[in-house]
Design a protein around this ligand. Structure first.
Ligand SMILES: NC(=O)c1ccc[n+]([C@@H]2O[C@H](COP(=O)([O-])OP(=O)(O)OC[C@H]3O[C@@H](n4cnc5c(N)ncnc54)[C@H](OP(=O)(O)O)[C@@H]3O)[C@@H](O)[C@H]2O)c1
Length: 288
């Protein structure tokens, strides 16, 4: 049995699908009762409802599993504490492998949520638990958050320069890589950067969207003020806003790109290009 934490989120759901495709029994840790339905429909064998900040919940969830895939809630101020609690639960339960869903470039102190993941990685090194660390770049799926404006108004907005260079990765590729390291030998003690196969500016992303939507799409920079107002109106917490603003400022200065070779090696194929991801999203091609 493999425990997946953060299981009802977008990463968790993708990882469950990839594990179920390999006929692996999955126990899903979800926060709310109604999320058990979501993970069960994806093929999870068991679902446990509980708060990841609670050590008893993590201990209960870790009982009897041979591996854990730990996904921390997005931009959590308690990422380090949750990570350490999950590692302790794995150690107590004698879990054979702990795979941590980290992020590309966790060494970046300027991005708090990246830096926090580095601290969790450090705790893993010191824990004595057999581990693998995956460090994905930002997901191509994030573009879908602005899909309505792309399709209806032909505008793809980002709160940083449209010339920022990114090597976005397909979350489905990340999930397949997760399934590989969870089920195949040879990955203990490894730290793998998972970047997409192309380094694209936001303008180039808009060009690809234009081509496949068969309508002009332009990349536009949203001001930090406009983004913050919208985030507050949507109910986002101040910690999350401040942390994401740091990330946008970092992207604005440096972009966010890495190297795809490790992901290609894990998948045994070239990682998915943005163009193929968009075609798949529009139902023009199947996955793979
Ligand atoms: N998005 C990216 O491009 C990207 C790239 C690299 C790494 N990552 C990392 O991937 C991780 C997951 O991101 P995501 O976008 O998949 O997140 P997400 O969709 O927000 O999913 C997080 C899940 O955790 C649940 N959750 C929140 N607080 C919880 C708690 N206290 N106890 C138990 N469950 C709780 C959420 O439930 P509710 O629905 O109830 O809130 C949700 O189901 C994050 O650590 C992020 O940093 C993301």
């Amino acid at each position: 049995m493999i425990l997946v934490t953060g299981a009802a989120g977008k990463t968790g759901q993708a990882v469950i699908k990839a594990l179920v495709a390999r006929r692996q029994p999955v126990r899903a840790l979800v926060r709310r009762d109604e999320q058990t339905q979501i993970v069960k429909s994806l093929g999870a064998k068991e679902a446990i409802v509980g708060d990841m900040r609670d050590a008893t919940t993590l201990r209960r969830a870790a009982q009897g599993v041979h591996a854990i895939y730990h996904i921390c809630p997005n931009v959590s101020p308690e990422e380090i504490r949750i990570g350490k609690t999950a590692i302790a639960a794995a150690r107590e339960a004698g879990v054979e492998r702990f795979v941590f869903h980290s992020v590309m470039h966790p060494q970046t102190e300027a991005m708090t949520h990246h830096w926090n993941k580095l601290r969790v990685e450090e705790a893993l090194f010191e824990s004595g638990v057999a581990y693998t660390i995956l460090q994905p770049s930002s997901y191509m799926q994030n573009v879908l958050g602005g899909w309505k404006a792309i399709v209806e108004r032909g505008v793809y907005t980002v709160p940083y320069t449209v010339e920022a260079r990114m090597s976005m990765v397909d979350l489905d590729d990340v999930a397949q890589a997760a399934a590989v390291v969870l089920t195949e030998p040879g990955h203990l003690g490894a730290t793998y950067e998972l970047a997409g196969p192309e380094v694209l500016t936001q303008t180039q992303i808009a060009e690809i969207l234009s081509k496949h939507l068969k309508r002009p799409v332009r990349a536009e920079q949203k001001t930090i003020e406009a983004w913050t107002l919208q985030a507050r109106a949507s109910g986002m917490g101040e910690y999350q806003i401040e942390t994401l603003l740091k990330m946008f400022r970092y992207y604005d200065r440096n972009g966010f790109w890495g190297n795809p070779h490790t992901l290609a090696s894990l998948l045994g194929r070239e990682p998915t290009k943005f163009e193929r991801f968009i075609k798949r999203t529009m139902g023009q091609v199947t996955n793979g």
